[in-house]
Design a protein around this ligand. Structure first.
Ligand code: ZN
Length: 654
């Protein structure tokens, strides 16, 4: 999963809804139901999904399920791979009806587990016919699954419209999926198609694991771009947008995306998929998001991704999700390699799953030329600076952010610096950079973390399969590349309580973190896109400033900062700066004027129904993070970020 720390747009944990069964008798009868399942590869389940109402944000589904008589427990996917959380949108499953032998069959929800439905299959009934809908939010709402459709496009994640019998592994259940799209819509997916008759797409029979791991992108405006012409396996980006203009990638952008494919070949030396499909949604009606799959990725970003060079250059979304095909899907932490969608996941190794992916996601974007080296350094500076200034580190170590991942994705930015968030992404970048520099230094430049990747994730080309790993496996594989006390190295980083973040990797690679009054370029692009004002390293404030009377408010105040010492808190609304109605320019001007002076900056803020002037005693001027070369040190960073594969030529048409 991709996590944009500046966006804080993450999948929501479900609100808890409690139902109760009507009687103790029902509890006893249903609580001990033995699951039964007549579903086999020869007698598969049929899942028919109708997206013709997707513009109205409702997905219709029909499921035909082979069964045998007796008690049956059906379940709706709860633990969603890639989300690392129990986020299956059960509250949005509506209209459930079950029939068998021509008669309606009643169902009862489990009174403890909201994702379970108990059914008594009558004698002589060997097939159940289920019908139900998934209702997608039309607007982004932090407490629910993000929108899955707009008026002109949809992303179908099969877990939203799937029920399955509890008991067997999802690998052992065979589903045949069919799909209906609105007239004129096109689609893209990695799920193998058996037949496309125009008004219905029939997919080849596949394990439920493969179906759920293979979302479909569909839309009125959709184009396919070949990212590895003439090669096997094929790589395609399917781009859908709310109109035709955003689909126009420039030849240079396509060249960079093709280079990205080549760079993964150079890095791993093997691929573990039959084909790879980027499902790229460009819509401002959906929040930026990314979820990895073995043979595809569900990538969602701004409508102007291809049109605004700043957005394309800043984004490591596609490279991050692509990297996950190896790190996350093929090799997976044992605690995340669960047999079905109900078994709880353990996030303890997410600092490998997401941390190493974050490091290489940005690195591969730089190697492919997608992200200019200057932006890449600004990203590292911004990351190092905010993590270095994270007071939450004093009570919560990095390991705890991974262990607690399932409760950290959906949180608002308020108090994030004190709470800490999913820091194993960005702090993982710092730790893996340090590991990379240690290998390079100890091997006198002969080896690097790339050798670990080739060893751990490469091998020979295979179809999708999961090879689980433990912490011990990671340590052993690193020791094969370069002997070192890797266990202690990671333990130290994972249990660090500060002060500050692990910055040795930056220093080893020839750079140091500095602050100047020039805005950080990477942050600045994010600020504009997210309508934020980043003053974390001066006043200690992060503001949401869309410009509206009600929209402007303080997102976070860094504990111990001048703003915190003055009494400001997240959730307050900034009204005026030194007596004048505030806007970002007036606030920045006030910070500059107070530099080296003695007068406090007076901020009038609204806290609920009350107004108060907060005197911020700060005289350090504007401060933004950057990297500066260390005198006498080799610039290893540029070496690490250098293109490793043969350069893909620019093609004017694609
Ligand atoms: Zn990820």
């Amino acid at each position: 999963m991709w996590y944009a720390f500046a966006d804080c747009q993450e999948r929501a944990l479900l609100s808890r809804i409690y139902f109760s069964l009507s009687s103790v008798l029902a509890l006893l009868t249903l609580g001990f139901a033995i699951p039964c399942c007549a579903q086999t590869a020869q007698n598969p389940a049929h899942l028919d999904v109708d997206l013709r109402d997707a513009p109205r944000h409702i997905f219709h589904a029909k499921l035909t399920l082979p069964v045998s008589a007796g008690p049956l427990t059906l379940v709706y996917p709860k633990w969603i791979p890639g989300e690392h959380s129990p986020t299956g949108p059960i509250a949005d499953l509506v209209g459930l009806k079950i029939a068998g032998g021509g008669k309606e069959i009643s169902w009862r929800r489990d009174d403890v587990d909201m994702y379970k439905f108990h059914v008594e299959v009558p004698k002589a009934v060997n097939t159940l016919d289920l019908s139900y809908d998934y209702v997608s939010p039309a607007e982004n709402d932090r407490t629910r699954e993000p929108p899955s459709s707009t008026a002109k496009l949809a992303v179908l994640n099969w877990y939203m419209v799937t029920l399955y019998p509890l008991g067997p592994k999802s690998d052992d259940l065979t589903y045949v999926a069919t799909l209906h799209l609105p007239a004129g819509w096109k689609y893209g997916t990695a799920l193998p198609v058996a037949k496309d008759s125009g008004d219905m797409i029939e997919f080849a029979p596949a394990p439920l694991t493969t179906v759920i791991d293979s979302p479909v992108i569909a839309g009125e405006y959709l184009r396919d771009i070949d990212l590895s012409p003439g090669e096997t396996p094929p790589h395609t980006v399917h781009v859908a947008a709310d109109g035709p203009a955003p689909l126009q990638a420039t030849p240079a952008e396509v060249q960079h995306l093709r280079q990205l494919v080549a760079e993964t070949g150079a890095l791993f030396g093997a691929r573990h998929y039959r084909r790879y499909d980027f499902l790229l949604t460009l819509s401002d009606r959906m929040p930026p998001d990314g979820v990895e799959h073995h043979e595809s990725s569900d990538d969602r970003t701004e409508e102007n991704y291809f049109l605004d060079p700043g957005l394309f250059e800043r984004s490591e979304l596609l490279s991050h999700e692509f990297m996950h095909s190896w790190n996350g899907k093929y090799r997976r932490p044992a605690g995340l390699a669960t047999p079905d969608y109900q078994t709880p996941m353990k996030g303890d190794l997410l600092w490998v799953y997401e941390g190493l992916t974050q490091y290489y996601g940005v690195m591969l974007a730089a190697r492919a030329g997608m992200m200019p080296l200057t932006i890449f350094r600004e990203y590292l500076a911004s990351t190092a600076a905010y993590l270095n200034d994270r007071p939450g580190r004093t009570w919560r170590d990095l390991q705890d952010t991974a262990t607690a991942a399932q409760i950290l994705y959906s949180l608002p930015p308020e108090w994030a610096s004190w709470r800490r968030s999913v820091d194993y992404y960005d702090e993982g970048t710092l730790i893996w950079l340090e590991a990379d520099t240690i290998i390079r230094k100890k091997s006198h430049g002969d080896k690097s973390l790339d050798d670990f990747c080739r060893e751990f994730y490469g091998g020979t080309n295979t179809p999708p399969k999961v090879v689980p790993y433990t912490f011990g496996d990671v340590v052993a594989a690193l020791n094969q590349i370069e002997p070192y006390d890797w266990r202690n190295f990671f333990d130290t980083g994972l249990q660090l309580h500060g002060p500050g973040a692990p910055l040795d990797g930056l220093e080893n690679s020839g750079w140091k973190l500095v602050f100047t009054d020039a805005p950080n370029e990477y942050e600045h692009i994010a600020e504009v896109a997210d309508q934020e004002v980043e003053l974390q390293f001066s006043l200690g404030l992060l503001l949401h400033a869309p410009g509206g009377e009600d929209g402007d408010h303080i997102l976070d105040v860094i504990p111990g900062s001048p703003a915190a010492n003055a009494g400001l808190a997240p959730g307050m609304r900034l009204v005026a700066v030194n007596g004048r109605k505030w806007n970002p320019d007036i606030l920045r001007d006030a910070i500059a004027r107070a530099k080296n002076g003695t007068e406090s900056i007076e901020l009038l803020a609204q806290n609920g129904d009350f107004f108060e002037v907060y005197k911020v005693d700060y005289h350090g001027g504007e401060r933004y993070p950057h990297l500066e070369p260390l005198n006498g040190k080799t610039d290893l960073l540029s070496e690490i970020a250098k293109m490793k594969a043969a350069a893909i030529p620019l093609s004017k048409s694609y």
